[in-house]
Design a protein around this ligand. Structure first.
Ligand code: SF4
Length: 239
């Protein structure tokens, strides 16, 4: 264990834990869009920056990527943090001016307009979907491609991915709702900002409802060594 201070509060934490996690465990709010406890931190959105003092020197770091250590002093709301965080929020607002989640967070952080040139995106390129697909689902169906202003999250060749199982995990974790999923009849449609994919849903042998993508069920049967018949019925009709 190490001792540290966050916003004047003296805390003890596991050495190696990230500042963001230690703050969260102690009910100290640090805004973030791209972090999730189930995946490796990536430091994409930079909203979680905090000001640290080590050896008498102050600097800004991304709290999701910086681990606590003995004697660390952290400020989550210093003037410098607030000013920099607002500038980052302005950049996000300029990138996605019509995105409700971005608008709400901007307003919460006191940012109601942006001085940067407006674009019209929905995705903030945080790669949370990419990390979940790779690290949790184990599929790697999507990735970030291109550089600079051409950077995008997409499937290979912007087409229906051959390995995507239609599980919806990417849409579920997207912090700005940039990936939409709709189940219409026997089809699941996943709409990403740069491509659209369709998946056949399995019909329940008891109630006739279409309840999960066949590809996802096949994937689970194969990887969890299950009997295929287990998915003949939807969860509601299973014993
Ligand atoms: S729906 Fe496809 S892209 Fe999204 S997490 Fe599942 S496998 Fe990955």
């Amino acid at each position: 264990m190490v001792r540290l201070t966050i916003d004047g509060r003296e805390l003890r934490a596991e050495e190696g834990a990230m500042i963001l996690d230690v703050a969260g465990e102690n009910n100290i709010y640090i805004p973030t869009l791209c972090s999730h406890e189930e995946v490796t931190p990536y430091g994409a959105c930079r909203l979680c920056l905090v000001e640290i003092t080590t050896n008498g020197r102050k600097r800004l770091v991304a709290s999701c990527l910086y681990s606590v250590r003995e004697g660390l002093v952290v400020e989550t709301n210093s003037e410098r943090v607030i000013a920099t965080r607002r500038m980052i929020m302005e950049l996000l607002l300029a990138r996605c001016p019509n995105n409700k989640a971005i608008q709400d967070l901007a307003s919460q952080l006191g940012v109601n307009k942006t001085s940067f040139k407006l674009e019209d995106n929905q995705c903030i390129l945080c790669a949370l979907c990419v990390r979940v697909c790779q690290e949790v689902v184990g599929v790697s169906a999507i990735s970030l491609v291109g550089r600079g202003v051409n950077r995008e999250m997409t499937t290979p060749f912007y087409e229906q991915s051959e390995v995507c199982i239609g599980c919806n995990s990417c849409a579920y974790v997207c912090p700005v709702d940039a990936i939409k999923t709709e189940d219409i009849g026997d089809t699941r449609i996943i709409s990403m900002p740069t491509c659209k994919m369709e998946f056949k849903l399995k019909e329940c042998k008891t109630c006739g409802n279409y309840w999960a993508p066949e590809r996802q069920l096949d994937y689970m049967v194969k990887n969890l060594d299950l009997a295929p018949e287990i998915f003949d019925h939807c969860p509601n009709c299973r014993d």
